[in-house]
Design a protein around this ligand. Sequence first.
Ligand SMILES: Nc1ncnc2c1ncn2[C@@H]1O[C@H](COP(=O)(O)OP(=O)(O)O)[C@@H](O)[C@H]1O
Ligand SMILES: [Mg+2]
Length: 267
Amino acid sequence: MFKINKELQEQSIVMEFEEISFKVGPKKILKEVSHNLKEGCFYSIAGCNGSGKTTLLQTLLQIKKASSGKIYLQDKVENNAHYFSYVPQNTQLEFDFTVEEVVMMGRYPYYSGITGPGKEDKEKVKQALKLTDIEHLSKRLVTTLSGGERQRAIIARALAQDTPIMFLDEPVSQLDIYHQLEVLNLLREIVDTQNKTIVTVLHDLNQVSKFTDEVMVMDNGEIAAYGPPHEVLSPSLLKEIFRVNAEWIYTEDHKPHLVFHYHHNKK
Ligand SMILES: Nc1ncnc2c1ncn2[C@@H]1O[C@H](COP(=O)(O)OP(=O)(O)O)[C@@H](O)[C@H]1O
Ligand SMILES: [Mg+2]
């Protein structure tokens, strides 16, 4: 389904999707979703449980086949794995691979089974282990890791893959606060210094606002709103879509910060 869009006017658009739908039987899980992604831009997807965030990522990656719609890319794609990396929401790693071996899997799309990994592959793996703070775990079996350590190994695998577009589904949900901030800072730095495009599902709307350039708010299979987080995440939108009362306050360093007030508000 990937097409090269010769009409993409703006050079900076790396992916455009148009009216993507995903149906299960008569149920529409994604309803004609359209958007474009630019290089050097950090996107977040926010939305309630079941709003279609994971399904959107998986149809864009073609792990799930869209019922209809079009996806355009800048370049001809011969191997999806050279273009996209993916950190799934819940990764099961049941086999006895070491952390280093799992991260090296990110390099599989680049070398043949005969030659094995080269110097560059080994260097990228080493870098990814360092950036995700798991060098000390490199020889450990992944089956022995904690949830958060395993998640960092999966993120390292995606970094080693070194693709222009990265999709991450709730990458920090299982991490302690230090490693949440470390991973988000790292993703921000990758976008800024390497001009990559990153799309990540996040639940913490303050992280959405502090780290990402643009948020897509999903609601019931649609992108209900998108744009700069501070503009999009208005009290009225937060009330309507997330069912919370919220206000923006300014912290001592003059940064906007969302504060939530819970009132029982059943849908
Ligand atoms: N294969 C499927 N069969 C039936 N329902 C599905 C299937 N895949 C997803 N869904 C439903 O679609 C909705 C969106 O799911 P998902 O994209 O995982 O939501 P999110 O990631 O936003 O929490 C949910 O209600 C989920 O139960
Ligand atoms: Mg999900």
